[in-house]
Write a protein that binds this ligand. Structure first.
Ligand code: PRP
Ligand code: URA
Length: 209
């Protein structure tokens, strides 16, 4: 069974509360999402391996830790996942970005894939799938299915808010994929929206409603 890491750092929680507020502007919402993504990135990458490498400082020679694997792919689920890319890329400028276009059918709540573009050789990469909302889990499960179908084996998810149902669904479908979230909320409502949640993340990021 995969692990669910709830990152309850006070700075993240305070920013998330501001994002939830109905009166937060689209501009502030985007900024907060970028900041939270960067902060969450510390935990999402905590188990990245380092190895000692020989270097010379201005003072002496020594062996210092260096990342073993710099082939990291940030994979946003469009549209809302795009709001989490910049913060993570600020932390890892070497990371590549692969896009997964997917939307939830409004009636069935089932995900529909419309775009998929990953860096060449992505199967060798550590992939961080990002999307602010993990509601039913359908989009996340399908995104991971697409990556696994292309040979990816080292996949993790980073979400802002999850529902308990969504987390359970992802764990059942992908027991090898760890999930990192800032909050697990109470439940889903009849429209499969997270309660209390923050509304429609894509609309709030892009100002489409
Ligand atoms: C939202 C959200 C997730 C999905 C979560 O996207 O950004 O991708 O819903 O729901 P699920 O866990 O039930 O699949 P949406 O379909 O609204 O598309 P958008 O980002 O283009 O607005
Ligand atoms: N997608 C969102 O943007 N918000 C929800 O609460 C559920 C799905």
């Amino acid at each position: 069974m995969s692990d669910v890491h709830v990152i309850d750092h006070p700075l993240i929680q305070d920013k998330l509360t501001r994002m939830r507020r109905i009166d937060t502007s689209s501009q502030d919402f985007r900024l907060l999402l970028r900041e939270i993504s960067l902060l969450m990135g510390y935990e999402v990458t905590r188990d990245f391996q380092t190895q000692l490498a020989e270097f010379e400082t201005p003072v002496c020679k020594g062996a210092f830790p260096k990342l073993v694997d710099r082939f990291v792919t940030i994979a946003p689920i469009l549209r809302a996942g795009l709001g989490m890319v910049d913060g993570l890329q600020e932390l890892m400028p070497f990371a590549r970005v692969g896009h997964i276009g997917m939307y939830r059918d409004e009636k069935t709540h089932e995900p529909v894939e419309y775009y998929y573009k990953m860096p060449e050789g992505v199967e060798k990469s550590i992939v961080i799938v990002v999307d602010p909302m993990l509601a039913t889990g359908g989009s996340a499960i399908d995104a991971v299915n697409s990556l696994k179908a292309r040979g990816c084996t080292r996949i993790r998810m980073m979400n802002l808010i999850a529902s308990p149902e969504g987390v359970a669904a992802v764990q059942a479908a992908h027991p090898d994929v760890d999930v990192y979230v800032a909050a697990v909320d109470e439940r889903l409502n009849e429209d499969a929206y997270i309660v209390p949640g923050l509304g429609d993340a894509g609309d709030r990021i892009f100002g489409t409603k």
